[in-house]
Design a protein around this ligand. Sequence first.
Ligand SMILES: [Mn+2]
Length: 462
Amino acid sequence: MFEPSVYKARRAALIQKLAAMGIHDGVALFPGNRESPMNYADNTYRFRQDSSFLYYFGLAEPGMAAAIDLASEKSVLFADDISLDDMVWTGPKASVREQADSAGIDAAEPLSTLSGFCAAKRMLYLPPYRMDIQAQLAELTGVALGAVPGGASMELIRAVIAMREIKEDREIERIERAVDCSIDMHLAVITTAKPGMSEAQLMALAYREALTGGGMPSFPPIATTRGSVLHNHGYGNTLTDGGLFLLDAGAETDDGYSGDLTSTFPIGRRYNDRQRAVYQIVLDAGRAASQAIAPGVPYRQAHFAAARVIAQGLKGLGLMKGDMEAAVADGAHALFFPHGVGHQMGLDVHDLEALGEIHVGYPEGEHKSAQFGLKSLRMAKPVRAGMVLTVEPGIYFIEGLIDIWKREGKFTQYINYAELESWRALGGFRNEEDWLVSQSGARRLGKPFDKSIAAMEGYRGA
Ligand SMILES: [Mn+2]
């Protein structure tokens, strides 16, 4: 947690932003997350506080709610002190009043008073992503359960995005700590993997580093020998010499800041010729994308910078053909690169996407493309100094997709399906780094982590 003044200043800035949009009264309500039962009430998923609650109120206890009265500019924490019975199980805890003080919150009230506080006031809330919170909001606002998400305040959404997407220096320091720990997760896996090991053993190593760093993984890692399955979440395969391993994993600090990295390395000591050629294109695509980052430049341009390098590179290997500018414009490269080049990162690993991907990644009024590949571009809008973004191009040989496109005769002017046949089992490659937008360009976050072919083979003992 930061100093109480940090949270006070953020709440004051939020009040100002809403006032600038013409909202001078009512209540901005922030329900904190609750414990979430896994299979019975006392056996819960890991508790994770809501990120906007963390940003404005700092407290990571389950079952709290907080409100900002926009007219009086006072903030209130609604929570209950633990009972003597609870204390037996949890140990002593700071009182609600002490916790409120630690976040500079004006008042602390019992949770039972929340509904009275909300009664007959204009309520502003963010879209809920958990059903228990949606039900709580329905009760507090009198809005029908199914209508609660649609009743979220667009002004509050825009104000929170505008604040949270520009990282304070103190936040960048935390994010960089998360990235450093994420690098430790990757190096542990890259230097330890051996033919005959299971994906689960490497998954355990990644977890060990994240926990040792004081936090947890920022999302369920992808640790797979089948990198062409974009979000493969099983860990049952065995590593075989000659194959590739793809690790997409990051750490979260104890106060909620994320890292998110992806590495693709040979299970033997060296990449084979084809793996090496494709991996190098992915590295080059990442460099092109990160060089395209500068304040005011739409992130879509970084995406297309990567897409062009991928298309040209695949043309060089004989897998694509023809005019690559036209191929990229038409979306033919998406056979190999079907996702966007990156997303924002901060208190959420996909930062702010709970508030609506379109509001976070696109300028007001702009729509997402429906084109295959481009429709998965989560972040397209102009970037600003202080934003943190992932840069994560990839090349995948997705056999099911190749078969469908080939059968449909799709983009035969750009794709050399005959040549592709002997490459189709090569798997998937992705390289992901975390970048901070600076005043003039961008800086990679985290300690040195060389992803070149020579360095990767060096980690593998070659
Ligand atoms: Mn990512």
